[in-house]
Design a protein around this ligand. Structure first.
Ligand SMILES: [Zn+2]
Ligand SMILES: [Zn+2]
Length: 386
């Protein structure tokens, strides 16, 4: 590994990161972002550059001459529908959109790895840089995986990092097994019948059922989950009838986000929630319908892949923090780690750094070189002959 080369690449990656930050695009509209990345990486002379994977996704492939593992490094293309409130020259020019999760930084690091491959071609196997779309909505990875061109790649390993505020800069936060929670958005619809407000008896008003449902959802985790398991239901939104005082409501909707540390517990929560709504609604003459959205699997780290990250972090002199419990947030990487030996780890963004998804957040550029060195070290273990 050539540290001065990486130092030089980190500077170029930082310039790219700031450019990406200025033009953020939310999930499913990442066309320009993908084009910017493609332009930068075309110059690194990859063997294949696939565009339009699972939406605006991009896969950039560098082949080794000998047989070896297919090693994927993932970044995310999307920004958030959150206004950018940072006071720098590269502040977002797209109103109401901002890189508030640091995906600009993750992209810059993975693009930087491509610049490294330009100078040090993989000797064996393949290195794949994947820029997935729509991470924030949990849709992108599913569509990427469904793409026939991606299926041909068959990655043996998948690596990704997320910057994590609240942890000292340059520390590596990792754990074997579940790293980030599964989550799902739940929409329960209660269909009754409107009537004149003077004759509620002539209609079917879902108000009381809705109220009971809200109470029940809040206590659902305690009822279905056994000791030591984690489940959380957070109420998000509710709606009943219309703002019309002459009308008795005939329709209600309740939305909640479900979280758990395993896909199995999520399945139980889903089953029990639907069953409960039906049990509550039927005797009252209400019809029910359900929608599930923003579906994330639990991100489960493979031991071998996680071990490799620890080794490389150690070699690079980085402090490793072993996390006792998984993070309660979710990551679309879960579908990749479900597919292959994958690991998602954190790199500390600083103890006092603004939180992810907050208007004042900005990716800390000084961890770019740390991340690049770590990814290059991982690559050197898998696609280079030592
Ligand atoms: Zn995010
Ligand atoms: Zn993120």
């Amino acid at each position: 590994m050539n540290r001065s080369l990486i130092g030089h690449i980190a500077q170029k990656a930082t310039a790219l990161r700031r450019e990406l930050h200025k033009y953020p695009e939310v999930a499913n509209s990442e066309a320009k972002t993908a084009r910017m990345i493609a332009q930068v990486l075309e110059e690194t002379g990859p063997d294949t550059l696939l565009t339009g994977i699972g939406g605006h996704g991009l896969a950039v492939i560098y082949n080794g001459r000998e047989d070896g593992p297919v090693v994927m490094f993932r970044a995310e293309l999307d920004a958030l529908p959150i206004a950018d409130e940072i006071g720098t020259g590269y502040k977002s020019v797209n109103e109401g959109a901002g890189h508030k999760c640091g995906h600009d930084g993750h992209m810059a690091v993975v693009a930087g790895l491509g610049m490294y491959f330009k100078e040090h071609r993989p000797e064996k196997g393949k290195a794949v840089l994947l820029f997935q779309p729509a991470e924030e909505t949990g849709e992108g990875s599913k569509r990427v995986i469904a793409d026939a061109r991606f299926q041909e790649l068959k990655p043996d390993y998948a690596f990704a990092f997320h910057n994590i505020p609240g942890y000292e800069k340059h520390t590596v936060i990792i754990r074997d097994g579940v790293f980030a929670a599964a989550s799902r958005g739940f929409i329960a619809k209660l269909k009754g019948k409107t009537s004149h407000a003077a004759h509620p008896d002539q209609g079917i008003n879902p108000a009381l059922t809705m109220a009971r449902l809200i109470t029940k959802l809040a206590s659902l985790p305690a009822e279905v989950v056994t000791d030591g398991e984690y489940a959380l239901v957070t109420l998000i939104h509710a709606r009943l009838g219309e703002r019309a005082f002459g009308t008795s409501a005939g329709y209600a909707e309740v939305m909640a986000t479900f979280r758990s540390y395993s896909d199995r517990v999520m399945d139980i929560l889903v089953y029990e929630a639907e069953r409960y709504v039906d049990t509550l609604a039927e005797p009252n003459g209400l019809k029910t319908a359900f929608e599930w959205t923003e579906e994330f699997l639990a991100t489960e780290n493979d031991r071998t892949a996680a071990g490799l990250v620890r080794d490389c972090a150690g070699v690079n002199g980085l402090r490793i923090i072993e996390k006792n419990d998984p993070f309660p947030w979710s990551e679309d990487f879960g579908r990749f780690s479900d597919l292959t030996k994958g690991v998602l780890f954190g790199i500390g963004a600083g103890n006092d750094h603004s939180e992810l998804h907050s208007p004042g957040y900005d990716f800390p550029d000084d961890i770019t070189e740390t991340a690049l060195n770590l990814f290059a070290a991982i690559a050197s273990r898998l696609v280079y002959n030592k």
